[in-house]
Design a protein around this ligand. Structure first.
Ligand SMILES: NC(=O)c1ccc[n+]([C@@H]2O[C@H](COP(=O)([O-])OP(=O)(O)OC[C@H]3O[C@@H](n4cnc5c(N)ncnc54)[C@H](O)[C@@H]3O)[C@@H](O)[C@H]2O)c1
Length: 344
């Protein structure tokens, strides 16, 4: 069994968790912060968000080594009111800042009905949905924004400036499967292009232009060119909104000044995030009945050919997580090598 596992590059969750904790500790993160990072990376693998999982581990370690991620941050939480807090993450790894922020946002919302938490001086935090789930589990609605390094050209511009700036909305559904809409504003997320470039795979047509403004399916050329936003000027507008909410408003970098975590080691990223969390019973007392009715009505609609079920955002990820949690985690040869090198 051990030999078979080795051949297939499969690893048990607990073994992987221990390896990751060891790596982050070696890179001077505290035990608690190492656990936060390890748990996040495992979850990303289990929901099959490969582009936001272990494929980025080496990058985080490189950034710590080059002193552009602070492994021992002195994070400050400024209480602005009972509902509102500002976190200065002191260049921490993004997972740690975001984990603290969603917990603070939940705490504020539980006390006052709404929690609004801004974060500055943070880094790439991965999947917004990971943090949204924490709020939804506490029966809260949440909206989460983060900016990211330039990848997408604003509508009408010849140069990338917006990040793939994900927009995330989560709410309880009255069932154990949360509604989590967690989408980047680009046709494809940048991580997927990086994974394709790393594995010499092509990317779909119509998602990116090369540096000369020509449509390309070559992932490496796409990384040097620009990504296209969803829905033309509408997607561009949404990306701009996210840059304002998570960058301009929080004190984080904005207007294309977030550094690329893979290529630019000239300083910390100073990414900004915004977490909004609120109770479901602020305006109606029967939210659960109403949300169940809403989802049921939509799911009962006549379906187009080939569609068995109308799924709501988050359902697919939940199902993948449930299915993968029972199995060992598959890792590529590149990741296997990264894990070996980083541990020693
Ligand atoms: N931190 C960062 O800088 C950053 C930047 C970009 C993206 N991300 C993360 O990358 C992740 C992936 O983003 P993405 O845009 O590739 O996501 P995606 O295109 O895979 O999914 C977008 C949303 O659509 C939903 N969905 C998918 N198929 C569906 C279907 N058939 N019916 C109904 N809903 C469906 C998903 O549940 C999800 O909520 C997100 O978690 C995002 O937060 C992070």
């Amino acid at each position: 069994m051990g030999e078979k596992r080795k051949q297939n590059n499969q690893v048990r969750k607990n073994t992987l968790r221990a390896k990751l904790k060891k790596i982050f500790s070696k890179y001077h993160l505290s035990k608690k912060h190492s656990e936060i990072c390890a748990d996040y990376l495992i979850k990303a693998e289990l929901v099959e968000a490969k582009s936001h999982g272990l494929t980025r581990l080496k990058m985080y370690c490189d950034r710590i080594k080059k002193k552009v991620i602070n492994p021992k941050p002195k994070i400050k939480i400024k209480k602005i009111s009972k509902s509102i807090s500002l976190i200065d993450a002191n260049d921490s790894i993004g997972f740690v800042a975001a984990d603290l922020a969603i917990k603070q946002s939940i705490e504020n919302a539980k006390k006052t009905g709404i929690g609004l938490v801004a974060v500055k001086n943070s880094g790439h935090y991965g999947l917004s949905g990971y943090y949204a789930e924490q709020a939804v589990k506490k029966n809260l609605i949440t909206m989460i924004y983060t900016n990211a390094p330039p990848a997408v050209a604003p509508h009408g511009a010849l140069k990338s400036l917006f990040g793939t700036n994900p927009i995330c909305f989560g709410c309880p559904t009255g069932t154990k499967i949360p509604f989590i809409l967690d989408t980047s504003i680009s046709m494809i997320n940048r991580g997927k292009i990086r994974v394709a470039a790393r594995n010499n795979h092509k990317i779909p047509e119509g998602v990116a232009l090369d540096k000369f403004g020509k449509i390309t399916t070559d992932a490496k050329k796409a990384l040097k060119g620009v990504q296209l936003p969803i829905a033309g000027f509408r997607g561009s507008g949404l990306a701009w909104m996210v840059d304002i909410l998570s960058g301009v408003l929080t004190g984080g970098n904005h207007a294309g000044r977030v550094k690329d975590p893979f290529d630019d080691f000239s300083g910390p990223q100073n990414i900004g995030h915004l977490f909004i969390t609120f109770k479901t019973d602020l305006f109606v007392k029967n939210y659960n009945t109403r949300i169940k009715d809403n989802i049921k009505t939509i799911k009962r609609l006549p379906k187009i050919k080939g569609i068995k079920e109308i799924v709501y955002p988050g359902q697919n990820k939940y199902n993948r997580f449930k299915m993968n949690s029972k199995k060992e985690i598959k890792i590529s040869d590149i990741i296997k090598k990264d894990l070996e090198i980083l541990q020693n």
